[in-house]
Ligand binder design. Structure first.
Ligand code: HEM
Length: 386
């Protein structure tokens, strides 16, 4: 109800200090017509990205690069290695989003530069908002300025190159006359911010839950072996293959339901709102808590159990009882990209490695979900090449 009545009864309202870091043109900050304008552009960009012939191939190449790097120097079958999975998933999600948004490959030096600044930026988002040199908050504000300069530089370069062909996200963004350069930079930051930590956490959750459920892992593995058996070893996955990843989609949905990557969103009542026997006074902050709904046993049978099969035959999209990507006019524009990333990464993971969670690491929310030890996993190669 709250998500559907955005701008009528409730309004997006993130804490003030976050505005200082995100900037006044961020999609999470802007309201009304300004939000609509930015959002329309986001949707247009998502559509154009999906139409790009290299869309899926770009994601898969990055997955192959990361999973392939775990073979190390030795391709010995049976050799066990320990990797910090969250870090690997972050590398993957960051490389994908930077490629999608800015057209940059992981090996370009500017990618590493943006990543470094971006990590400082992320730290500041959850820090105490004190602008004193040296505090994480101040570092985040400065990091944002640096990323902003880097992105402006990339935009300038692209503009000078003068291509009129709209080949990627940035070209479409550049050709928009509706946004100032500041808004364009902000838009790029929103996409990086929205698409990085969330997606990498989703992939870590999938690996965590599958690591605890041999039966589900077996079903996922069979699905991917079946898809690969009909393709050449080196052949890239296509959209038809993605459609066949049905059980994988159930696993992703279930990881989203149990993992609650975005636990709640921030809203404010615009007028007095009566709901059932409650009165929410105008101006009050309201936090719709998705995890409370996702783990509610009257809405989801065996709500505390990871059971991907519950999604068989169910509506795959969001519904009132399943809102990992929010809802209404602020529904996440990147949900499809996140799911493709998770599915493709999983494809190469299950075909190449067996894994076991090293020790016990559980995801904790304070307030953002995190694996305290970075999810160390023991991996063992199944074959010599990925
Ligand atoms: C598992 C991955 C993801 C999760 C769980 C997630 C979750 C969410 C949620 C809950 C919202 C709504 C926020 C609100 O209503 O206040 C949102 C908005 C947003 N997300 Fe995502 N997201 C994910 C991936 C992505 C990706 C890959 C991108 C970028 C391509 C992205 C970009 C955005 C943007 C720009 C918004 C703001 C939309 C608006 O205000 O209209 N997200 N996301």
């Amino acid at each position: 109800m709250m998500m559907q009545n955005e701008e009528r009864l409730f309004q997006c309202s993130y804490p003030r200090p976050i505005h200082g870091i995100l900037g006044k043109s961020s999609m999470l900050v802007v309201l009304g017509e300004d939000h609509k304008r930015l959002r329309n552009l986001a949707l247009a960009l998502v559509t154009s990205t999906k139409l790009k012939p290299s869309y899926l191939g770009d994601i898969e190449k990055i997955a192959l690069r990361i999973v392939g790097s775990w073979h190390g120097n030795s391709n010995d079958k049976g050799k066990v290695n320990v990797i910090a999975f969250c870090e690997e998933a972050r590398k993957f999600a960051f490389s994908v989003i930077v490629k999608q948004v800015l057209g940059l490959s992981p090996e370009e030096p500017v990618t590493a530069m943006i990543l470094e600044d971006f990590l400082a930026f992320m730290k500041g988002l959850i820090s105490f908002p004190l602008y004193i040199p040296g505090t994480p908050y101040a570092k985040a504000v400065q990091a944002r300025e640096r990323i902003s300069r880097t992105v402006k530089g990339i935009i300038e370069e692209r503009r000078n190159a003068g291509s009129s062909k709209k080949v990627d996200f940035l070209d479409v963004l550049l050709s928009s006359n509706e946004l100032s350069d500041e808004e364009k930079v902000s838009f790029v930051l929103d996409s990086l911010l929205g698409g990085y930590e969330t997606t990498s956490l989703l992939i870590s959750m999938v690996v965590y839950f599958l690591g605890k459920s041999a039966q589900d892992l077996e079903l996922v593995k069979r699905e991917h072996e079946d898809i690969r058996s009909k393709k050449g070893k080196e052949e890239f996955l296509c959209s038809e293959d993605y459609k066949k990843m049905e059980y994988t989609q159930h696993v992703i949905n279930e990881a989203l339901r149990c993992g609650n990557i975005v636990k709640f969103v921030h809203r404010k009542a615009l007028k007095d709102v009566r709901y059932k026997e409650y009165l929410i006074p105008s101006g009050w902050k309201v936090l719709p808590v998705f995890s409370a709904v996702h783990l509610n046993p009257s809405l989801h049978g065996n709500a505390q159990q990871f059971q991907p099969c519950r999604w068989e035959g169910a509506n795959q999209g969001t519904s009132k009882k399943f809102t990992p990507f929010g809802g209404g006019p602020r529904l996440c524009p990147g949900s499809e990209l996140a799911k493709v990333e998770a599915a493709f990464f999983l494809h190469h993971l299950v075909l190449n490695f067996r894994w076991r969670i090293d020790g016990d690491d559980i995801p904790m929310a304070y307030p953002y979900v995190e694996f305290q030890r970075g999810l160390p996993i023991e991996i063992e190669p199944l074959c010599s090449e990925s």
